[in-house]
Design a protein around this ligand. Structure first.
Ligand code: FE
Length: 391
């Protein structure tokens, strides 16, 4: 038996934020990040709408990028004191991911972070509150997914939390929020969305229900990401919907080792974070080559759907990788970890351990090819030096 779960309601299009005027309840917390929702007036708009709905509001502000376990625990404590019946999270992936994890500890104060790191083992939520997600970036699709990524800074490891219990009840996909994204963030989050759709389409647990969403999302990214990067309003709107469709696909079909590698390298180096979407964009063509060595057919199907050239499955895989590389160049994404600025000595010292962690990541189990430790070391090494994958 398989499962396909999405939010109960999805509001989209211009002024979708007005849905908040009709909300029923008495208290809501709004979880936001560093201030862009305030600066661009979206927080005020949300507050006004909630006032019209007669809902008392408390803010949880300043969730950092790549939110920490500490931020989650602090937010949950605020929720326990205030007792909201709605949790509203607004902004990029980080405040929404953090709010999802806060929700668990709000409803289950005795739970530990270690317990909820076990995928699909969450206790039943919605005994105290329901959850609304309002994304301002077009990539993570956390507004429709069963996932949240929390960073343990003590160990430098990002933990993907996974359970359909944290799939939001309502997603508000209002394109005006995504219009404010800076170009680099547009590039990184757009390539994250592309990776979600491709990994969902080729993964071991892809479904008849997720395949059409994944293919259409891939097409939307290739049609709209360059213009969206350039600031075109209509392209940004389509990217906001396309990334959401990719999210619907991967929340149910799950992901693969591009994400395993991004999760475990993101916070691993002293030279600073590799932004999630940037890491995915770098690793994606290498992983496609690696996976396609075992079975090229699903990648070939993507290429055919896009109308790319190629006489055989392997040729179609090459065309797909060429297209991804062309987008990476256009979007200013480095070709390798070395080009990104990670130090060679540090990479070589850590690659063995990172390979182990990546293999143990929750996303590895659904990858179409199961990597051995040696293969993962070799794959990471190709991604570091930008050399071609021949195994
Ligand atoms: Fe992602």
């Amino acid at each position: 038996m398989q499962r396909f779960t999405l939010p109960r309601d999805l509001y989209f299009g211009e002024n979708a934020l007005d849905y908040l005027k009709t909300l029923e309840g008495s208290k809501a917390v709004i979880v936001i990040g560093g201030g862009s929702m305030k600066r661009f007036g979206f927080l005020d708009k949300a507050l006004k709408n909630l006032e019209e709905a007669n809902i008392e509001v408390k803010l949880i502000e300043d969730v950092e990028p790549d939110p920490s376990v500490e931020t989650v625990m602090k937010g949950a404590e605020v929720m326990r004191e205030f007792n909201p019946d709605w949790i509203i999270s607004m902004g990029g992936g980080s405040p929404i991911d953090a709010a999802k994890a806060m929700w668990v500890f709000y409803e289950y104060p005795e739970a530990t972070f270690e317990e909820i790191c076990v995928p699909f083992s969450f206790p039943k939520l919605r005994k105290k509150a329901k959850f609304i997600a309002i994304p301002s970036t077009s990539g993570t699709a956390t507004e429709v997914t069963a996932f949240s990524v929390i960073t343990n800074y003590a160990t430098g490891v990002k933990w993907p939390l996974a359970d359909f219990e944290i799939t939001p009840d309502v997603a508000i996909v209002d394109p005006s929020l995504a219009e404010t994204m800076p170009a680099t963030l547009t590039a990184h989050t757009g390539m994250d969305a592309l990776t979600h759709a491709i990994e969902a389409y080729v993964g071991l647990t892809h479904q008849p229900f997720t395949d059409p969403l994944a293919l259409e999302a891939i097409k939307i990214v290739f049609d709209c990401l360059k213009d969206s990067y350039g600031g075109d309003k209509d392209a940004r709107e389509m990217m906001h919907y396309g990334q959401c469709m990719a999210g619907m696909a991967f929340s149910n079909a799950l992901l693969g080792i591009v994400h395993s590698m991004a999760h475990k390298t993101g916070a691993a180096f002293s030279t600073g974070h590799i932004p999630h979407g940037c890491a995915n964009a770098i690793y994606l063509p290498y992983v496609i080559k690696y996976n396609a060595k075992a079975d090229a057919s699903r990648y070939a199907a993507i290429s055919r759907f896009l109308g790319l050239e190629g006489e055989c499955d392997e040729c179609l895989v090459d065309s797909l990788c060429d297209k991804i590389n062309e987008y990476n160049i256009y979007l200013g994404i480095p070709k390798s970890m070395q080009e990104f600025g990670i130090l060679e000595d540090e990479f070589l010292a850590k690659v063995d351990n990172i390979a182990d962690l990546a293999i143990g990541d929750a996303c590895t189990g659904t990858n179409p090819r199961t990597p051995t430790h040696d293969e993962m070391v070799k794959l990471l090494t190709c991604c570091y030096y930008g050399t071609s994958v021949e195994f």
